[in-house]
Design a protein around this ligand. Structure first.
Ligand SMILES: [Zn+2]
Length: 122
């Protein structure tokens, strides 16, 4: 489920789910990030997986804009695909943390909890 807002840097960016959102030029779009005031708009009728992909895409658009990163749309799309893939097991990782199996959010082992060293990142 998509939250009502997302914290990006110093901003809390509201997320508006809207029917048939349009670009400033009037084109049909799945979502967009508006800078002033900061807001993410997402098509409310998207399927769950499209909704999540669009949400992630607009978060990266927002990071790009808020931090003036000036990255190209190609890079934004690549980051979106790769991050979606990398975060696919995120629910599993949260469960591992909850169960105290020694995998922390930073990827470092909490060795005294008896975690599995195979998960250690460098
Ligand atoms: Zn985009």
């Amino acid at each position: 489920m998509i939250p009502d807002s997302v914290k990006i840097g110093h901003l809390t960016v509201p997320i508006e789910k809207r029917k048939n959102p349009k670009s400033p030029e009037g084109d049909e779009i799945l979502g967009r990030f508006c800078g002033h005031p900061a807001k993410i708009i997402i098509d409310k009728d998207l399927k769950e997986d499209e909704l999540r992909a669009t949400f992630l895409h607009e978060i990266i658009e927002a990071i790009n804009s808020i931090f003036c990163l000036n990255i190209s749309h190609n890079v934004i799309e690549t980051l979106c695909v790769v991050l979606a893939q990398a975060l696919e097991g995120f629910e599993y990782q949260k469960a591992v943390i909850r169960m105290g199996l020694g995998f922390s959010m930073t990827g470092e082992m909490e060795k005294d909890k008896g975690g599995n060293a195979e998960y250690e990142s460098v």
